[in-house]
Design a binder for this molecule. Structure first.
Ligand code: SPM
Length: 300
């Protein structure tokens, strides 16, 4: 055993273990480290990139898998195109976090998006992604994008009424991401949005983190008049599922039906996961989840 998260098995092979950020009482994911590309402690977190035969190149931050070459499309495309195809005219987009570049890569593809601002706290993640994970790092090369290395909460607090869509592509609520799950942050997002603006935030797994999600819903519904949870499947995350909290300044928003289909059709062949059908189905939740979230929504 080298540390809690990497170990050698009896064949002397290196493995990565994720024990869970919100629930650390069980070992939930192990992936063999075929070849370690880099491991580095930045000012904010531990960054590990490695290769695995099935998953391809993988990025781990503070012991939690962020993305793998095999399945990153299901997270990056859904967190990007769900809000972009709910908003009536998503011209100005802000990305908070997303240091691997995958979300910037997707957002810039959207035909209606004109300007993208990204605020990432850790420049080391961006450097490592560009060098070792170029399939995502390529996202930083788009001319629609302006990238700032800054604390996301500080950025949104200082920009009012500027964006149509704000995407929070954060890691789990630990370390540098902790402030991105607090009421003050959602209030600042509300003020940073233009009329009818929409937020879409990483919102954990309903299998392991339902109490956390309910708590998040409770906070956000004090600020935004409409909200919903959308789900996607990510094979490399410990429960195989993750969701997004989507909230709108509009009282009458239709979350479930993808807009802009004629224009969006032009980029459909560049996508691996998102489609109008995947969009609608993301909002269909298991009964035990829907009941619990409805209970929160009906008791503000
Ligand atoms: N651009 C992709 C970054 C991914 N950000 C989300 C990472 C979540 C990792 N943990 C998932 C486990 C659910 N508790």
């Amino acid at each position: 055993m080298t540390n809690n998260e990497q170990f050698k098995n009896h064949d002397n092979e290196d493995w990565f273990v994720e024990t869970g950020v919100l629930n650390s009482d069980q070992c939930r994911l192990t992936i063999k480290i075929g070849r370690k590309l880099i491991e580095k402690q930045s000012k904010y977190q531990n960054i590990l990139a490695f290769e695995n035969e099935k998953f391809g190149r993988c990025l781990v931050l503070d012991d939690a898998i962020q993305c793998t070459e095999l399945d990153e499309c299901s997270y990056q495309e859904m967190i990007s195109f769900l809000p972009l195809n709910i908003h009536p005219n998503p011209e100005r987009v802000l990305i908070i976090g997303g240091g691997d570049g995958g979300v910037a890569r997707e957002v810039a593809k959207h035909p209606l998006v004109k300007h993208v601002v990204q605020c990432e706290i850790d420049s080391e993640v961006v450097k490592i992604s560009k060098k070792y994970l170029p399939f995502m790092g390529v996202g930083f090369e788009n001319e629609k994008l302006k990238l700032f290395f800054q604390d996301g909460y500080e950025y949104v607090r200082n920009h009012k009424n500027e964006f149509d869509v704000i995407i929070t592509d954060s890691s789990d609520p630990k370390g540098p991401a902790t402030t991105l799950y607090q009421s003050e942050y959602y209030q600042a997002l509300y003020e940073c949005l233009r009329h009818d603006g929409i937020i879409c935030c990483q919102a954990e797994s309903y299998w392991f983190d339902l109490e956390f999600i309910k708590n998040l819903f409770h906070k956000v519904q004090q600020i935004f008049p409409s909200l919903a949870y959308a789900s996607t499947a990510v094979a490399s995350y410990p429960s195989g599922q993750i969701g997004f909290l989507i909230a709108s300044k509009s009282k009458t928003v239709d979350f479930k039906h993808a807009k802009h289909q004629e224009k969006f059709q032009k980029i459909a062949e560049k996508l691996r996961y998102y489609s109008p059908e995947m969009h609608s189905s993301a909002f269909i939740l298991p009964m035990f989840v829907q009941r619990q979230l409805d209970q929160v929504l009906n008791n503000p």
